[in-house]
Design a protein. Structure first.
Length: 146
């Protein structure tokens, strides 16, 4: 099955999961900030500035402002094997990014399997369902925007 990441099941410009995430969330520094906040649970500016990638403080401040300006809030979820979300919609824009595990998503009738590094944009009001595939829990970063 060819990976699709757009709502209308149009392929992205690249099959590379990193490229797809960058298309949705921005540059590498933004992803590092999101990773540090969600996976390493860093909350303070100094903790973010001390990441091993040595993000320059001016860039860190800029990326935090850009995420906030875009209105995104990011949350980390773990879904155990067997988790199933029947067809539903959200009143917010959403980006699902899979950190680990496999997530089957059906969006407006188009089925795709998201694996580590894959993400999917789900605009508000879009009918979709999701299910954990296999015996491994899915760890997901959900970026939401009102």
């Amino acid at each position: 099955m060819k990976k699709k990441t757009a709502i209308g099941c149009e392929p992205s410009r690249s099959e590379c999961p990193v490229s797809q995430v960058l298309d949705l969330l921005g540059d590498k520094w933004t992803l590092i900030v999101i990773r540090d906040m969600m996976i390493f649970e860093k909350k303070l500016y100094k903790e973010l500035a001390d990441s091993e990638e040595c993000i320059p403080t001016n860039i860190l401040a800029d990326r935090l402002k850009k995420l906030e300006a875009r209105g995104y809030s990011v949350h980390r979820y773990t879904y155990p094997p067997g988790t199933y979300f029947p067809e539903h919609t959200h009143g917010i824009d959403k980006i699902d990014a899979v950190v680990s595990g496999r997530f089957r998503m059906i969006v407006e009738g188009c089925e795709m399997i998201l694996e580590a590094g894959d993400c999917l944009s789900v605009p508000r009001g879009t009918v979709h369902s999701a299910e954990v595939v296999g015996d491994e829990a899915v760890v997901s970063l959900d970026a939401t925007r009102d």
